[in-house]
Design a protein around this ligand. Structure first.
Ligand SMILES: Cc1cc2nc3c(=O)[nH]c(=O)nc-3n(C[C@H](O)[C@H](O)[C@H](O)COP(=O)(O)OP(=O)(O)OC[C@H]3O[C@@H](n4cnc5c(N)ncnc54)[C@H](O)[C@@H]3O)c2cc1C
Length: 587
């Protein structure tokens, strides 16, 4: 039994000022996330911004603990990095800001899908195509000479021609991604994990190499996958310091990263951890940092289906150490359901487990439930089967005349057919194995608490959700006409999708741009070293996973993030262990 988390925002939400009630495990907490939930409060604020300390460690610094490799963040990337570094005979320590026993991460909430390119060449071709996607076919050639890959269009004094924007990610980093991701399945199985092949093909089948992508599913999804990682870490006697929040990287006078300043427990007690060889940032993204989401993402608000501990801490620490940032305006996201009285968004299952995830729409037979997505004026604006990890780009369209995002929120509109087919949310995330929220099997509890709104007619539904009645009536009429004709002239939905909305009552759920995770963070190279704005590695600083992911605007396929956590967790650890050991006190 776990207690669902509740959040109290402190101040104006700047810098992710968040308190989360953790999952402490009483039955009362499990059945209702809010009233009477006597769970301990973990403060997930990052006091980084309140500290006046310098990143430069004093020469007489007192180190409270030390390890060769210090890993910050205990999701999949952190676990893989720790396991790999330990297997390379380094001493390793993991710092995790959440408490043992109530810890969860994006990794443990995930669906446990992992990408593997079936052949390295195909993987490279696909990633290259994804990383060249900028939404325009008319861009000039990039300067591909050695040393010019990095930095692209801006002349940074390196003599590179300014021929056009760089790809989202450089070719060398793509190459190692493909080489390591190719081994993902074998790596998981080598630890005793069980995966099965669930799909072939990337999210964007029109791009070269997409056919090489395989999607493997960890048995039982993300939680058992992480349980395996926890066991593996424990069996290697890696020390995990829970409730230990990294707040600053510590450097010597040459800018080498030599350790981490942490704050322990819920209080302000500080502890300095010495890193004999390197620090690896695995702190995830900035899914729960309102300021960063506003400043960096392409639409606001955006709500994510995990990540309450991911407040961009690693990004800020890397910035202070001099890191360049990349992919900050990118995310793996579509539309998710967010309700004001629950802190996480939910991934929605639009047509009852049959929701087309890119090319999978052919799996849905006619007679599945009908559904449409409409904007806040009651109008459809897309083929609702848009690629699920890129859908948010479509929602981000801003109306400069009205000064608003007309698609935020959008509404998932369906009828009794879909309602009767079971839970509206998917089997991972908050309502997945972690059971942060217990979604009722027939959606009745969520209807009762107002998360699902109903109406006996399209007009009545429109009145209840506050959109123009005549618009929604017209939209539903036109949808039903399209279904009768077997053709969707407006947005080209598949024939098998053309199921009318004709079984009242009608229902709606508010949707926001959102989904799995942000992708931006410190720029890294093919060795997983964090780079400064001139493309030079910041000595002894590495990053893996979502904290500066290698993916840019387009995400390869469901399973891309965990693929990267494994690939770059390993790459970062292998290179970190090869660093020369620090001599002396370091300061
Ligand atoms: C519902 C859901 C389903 C998903 N399904 C999939 C899927 O099937 N396949 C896939 O590839 N991707 C999936 N994703 C995305 C994927 O789970 C994440 O991108 C990936 O797990 C990120 O792993 P990570 O190790 O980088 O970060 P995380 O797993 O988010 O871990 C980061 C950790 O760092 C800790 N931390 C943060 N700041 C600090 C600090 N200052 N000090 C100490 N610790 C800190 C956090 O508490 C957290 O434990 C899903 C995401 C969600 C939310």
């Amino acid at each position: 039994m776990v207690c669902p988390p509740t959040v109290t925002r402190l101040g104006d939400g700047r810098y992710g000022l968040v308190r989360i009630r953790a999952l402490a495990g009483t039955a009362a907490c499990a059945t209702d996330p809010l009233p009477g939930c006597a769970c301990p409060i973990i403060d997930l604020r990052n006091p980084l911004y309140e500290s006046k300390d310098s990143v430069l460690a004093p020469s007489d610094i007192i180190w409270h603990k030390e390890a060769d490799v210090v890993v910050i963040g205990y999701g999949m990337a952190g676990a893989v990095a720790a396991i790999t570094a330990r297997d390379c005979s380094a001493s390793v320590m993991i710092l995790e800001k959440q408490a043992a026993g109530s810890h969860w991460s994006n990794s443990s909430l995930s669906a446990g899908l992992v990408v593997r390119p079936a052949d390295i060449g195909g993987g490279i071709a696909y990633m290259k195509a994804l990383c060249e996607a900028r939404g325009s076919a008319l861009l000039p050639e990039n300067d591909t000479r050695e040393g010019c890959r990095y930095g692209g269009g801006a002349d940074r004094g390196n003599g590179c021609a300014m021929r056009g924007p760089a790809p989202w990610t450089d070719a060398e980093t793509i190459r190692v991604w493909a080489e390591y991701a190719f081994q993902n399945k074998d790596w998981i199985e080598s630890l005793g994990g069980q995966v099965r092949l669930v799909r072939r093909g990337g999210q964007h089948p029109q791009l070269p190499g997409a056919g090489s992508i395989e999607i493997w599913e960890y048995r039982g999804k993300g939680l058992p996958m992480m349980q395996l990682m926890y066991e593996q870490v424990a069996s290697r006697k890696v020390e995990v310091l829970y409730q230990t929040r990294a707040v600053r990287l510590l450097t010597d006078a040459d800018g080498k990263v030599i350790g981490v300043k942490t704050v322990v427990g819920g209080g302000q007690e500080e502890m300095n951890i010495r890193a004999g060889k390197a620090v690896i940032l695995c702190t995830g993204g900035f899914e729960d940092n309102e300021e960063m989401k506003l400043q960096y993402l392409r639409v606001y608000p955006m709500y994510f289906t995990g990540g309450l501990g991911n407040t961009g801490d690693g990004i800020a620490m890397a910035q202070e150490a001099g890191a360049d940032l990349w992919h900050m305006n990118c995310a793996s996201a579509g539309l998710s359901a967010k309700f004001p009285d629950f802190p996480l968004a939910f991934p929605v299952d639009l047509s009852a487990k049959l929701f087309a995830d890119h090319g999978a729409s052919d799996r849905r037979g006619k007679g599945g439930p009908g559904f449409i997505i409409v904007d806040k004026y009651g109008q459809r604006y897309t083929n609702e089967n848009f690629p699920s990890h890129a859908g948010w780009y479509q929602v981000a369209s801003f109306d400069a005349t009205r000064l608003e995002y007309p698609r935020v929120p959008s509404f998932f509109v369906f009828d009794q057919r879909r309602m009767g087919l079971g839970r509206l949310v998917r089997t991972f995330g908050a309502a997945g194995p972690h059971q942060l929220y217990r979604w009722s099997a027939d959606n009745a509890a969520e209807l009762k608490r107002g998360w699902i709104i109903s109406g006996e007619s399209a007009g009545e539904l429109a009145d209840r959700i506050g959109i123009p009645r005549s618009n929604l009536e017209r939209t539903v009429r036109s949808w039903n006409d399209a279904c009768a004709r077997g053709r969707d002239p407006d947005f080209g939905r598949n024939g098998s999708d053309l199921v009318p909305l004709d079984s009242p009552p009608f229902y709606a759920v508010k949707l926001f741009p959102g989904g799995a995770n942000t992708l931006g963070g410190p720029r890294r190279n093919a060795r997983a070293q964090v780079l400064n704005p001139f493309g030079e590695p910041i000595p002894r600083l590495y990053a893996a996973g979502e904290c500066g992911s290698v993916y840019g605007m387009l995400y390869p396929a469901a399973g891309g993030n965990l693929a990267e956590c494994i690939a770059f967790g390993r790459i970062a650890a292998e290179n970190a262990v090869a660093e020369a050991a620090m001599e002396g006190n370091g300061g």
